[in-house]
Ligand binder design. Sequence first.
Ligand code: AMP
Ligand code: MG
Length: 336
Amino acid sequence: METKLMVILNSETQTAAIASAVSLLRNGEIVAFPTETVYGLGADAFNAAAVEKIFAAKNRPTDNPLIVHIASYDQLESVVTRVPDTAQKLMQAFWPGPLSLVLSKQEKLPAITTGGLSTVVVRFPKHPVAQKLIAMLGTPIAAPSANLSGKVSPTVASHVYEDLSGRIPLIIDGGPVEYGLESTVVDCTTEPPVILRPGSITLEQLRSVIPEIEAAESDGPLRSPGMKYRHYSPTAPVVLFIGNPRKTAAAMERYQLEHKERTLGIIWHTGISPTARLQYRLSFEPDLASPKLFFALRSIDENHPDEILVQGFDQKQTGVAIMNRLRKAASTIIAV
Ligand code: AMP
Ligand code: MG
């Protein structure tokens, strides 16, 4: 299959790209499109055969359900049976935006979309291209991230192309994404709601709306099917350094000196003078670093280093979500 890339440069190219995508989706095809979190790979959420194509293109295990994306509250009613007060409050505060909510599923939503569960995860994205695409299609779009399963989520269209060219008919290139981390997932079927996956909407922000909201216990029972899978891994092993920036910087400098024979890629933010040719400097501020984190991992990985060293972030606000992704990406964690 040939993969077409349609770049959005102005309102005409946007209209053309969305029209092509809508026509493919109506024909039961799948398309990659930008959202504010990461690029998504979408299908008509009510078309089971189309949704199956997403799992096939990504090599995604079929017990890992997809997020259903809506562009209006009418569409919400078509996919869920009930909206608890807690969910209502979160929607008012954070939708449209990078927050996904677990709610009870409408019967007619196909089982493949929700991995056979009686619940569904719903998000109302704020990216204008995602919104217009869903609105023009007139039905919700089921979409996971547009990468091969287990790989780092794509934050630019070229990263989608690297993973999925030849496997999908269309990629809409809307430029780099805004947040760069997958959405925060909150289970609203329980009282109080529980955060299943941290993201750019932080625990502090969620608690400002629902003070009782809980963070999922990492050693508690598995609440979200996706949590058991290894995620976010570049091909090269990732060595993650955890601790205060002064200490991690010193430990990374030492690691470089002790492993001169290896080709190292280095992703850092504070206090290092990397000698490695492959390096990417992120901001020390998690909110500014997150849009570039996956881009840095993928760009360094493309140069085939023996290892990628990453300087960890403080586990505060968006730093919690960044460290969640980095721990999943890491083969080795060095705490200093
Ligand atoms: P992705 O679309 O790859 O960003 O992943 C969506 C995340 O939401 C995965 O971790 C899924 O396992 C999780 N998820 C999807 N549907 C449900 C559900 N009904 N209940 C709990 N978690 C879910
Ligand atoms: Mg994903």
